[in-house]
Design a protein around this ligand. Structure first.
Ligand SMILES: [Zn+2]
Ligand SMILES: [Zn+2]
Length: 202
């Protein structure tokens, strides 16, 4: 049996940019003027129709997914293949239970008024739900606020929660199109893997 190779650590933060390749960061800086708001903090690119995004229309999710990919970190998680551990986890659960687990996780780590360790609660790998959360900006309350206009400091409403869970579900369907609905028997995780890394937000 081949030894499990741990991939190199990811060098990505929620504020990373590669503007020359049209990958930006829309997380706002305090010093930004009203005119600069909503644009890339590094290059000023004005690419997102925030009014449209902030309607939080589930029927417009294709546009929302396109808009999210103007941001480097989201683009990364839309396009990076799911790691081996995350794949095994997803197969062991099956699509139905994976989506159930995503709802549990959102309820516990996002939907409460003050999520514990907010900004660091969503690791970068090991679970397809984490990919979905980073890709759809439902990873922490800061990303949720600027992408989806859901303010910090209070619990999500049922409607807001449902919106987040729907984006996560749609992402999982797109990312794992061949995942079976029901659980599969999957060999256990190789021993000796280091603990999961922390989330990308300082
Ligand atoms: Zn930029
Ligand atoms: Zn975040």
């Amino acid at each position: 049996m081949s030894e499990f190779q741990k991939p190199a650590p990811l060098d990505i933060k929620c504020t990373s940019t590669d503007c020359d390749n049209d990958l930006h960061c829309f997380k706002q800086l305090k010093k930004m003027t009203p005119d600069q708001r909503g644009k890339c903090r590094a290059c000023g690119a004005d690419l997102v129709d925030w009014k449209r995004l902030h309607r939080r229309d589930k029927g417009d999710a294709a546009h929302t997914f396109e808009a999210l990919q103007h941001e480097l970190i989201r683009h990364h998680f839309f396009h990076r293949p799911v790691d081996e551990q995350a794949m095994r986890h997803a197969q062991r659960k099956g699509r139905i239970a994976l989506k159930g687990a995503a709802r549990d996780r959102l309820g516990k780590y996002l939907a409460v008024a003050e999520p514990p360790r907010d900004g660091r609660q969503t690791p970068l790998e090991g679970n397809a739900i984490y990919y979905a959360q980073h890709a759809t900006a439902t990873c922490c309350r800061t990303c949720l606020q600027y992408w989806h206009n859901i303010p910090k400091g209070r619990p999500l409403t049922a409607e807001e929660f449902d919106y987040c869970a729907t984006l996560v579900d749609l992402f999982l369907d797109e990312k794992l199109p061949h995942l079976a609905d029901e659980p599969m028997k999957v060999p256990p995780r190789p021993r000796g893997l280091p603990p999961e890394p922390e989330g990308p937000h300082p």
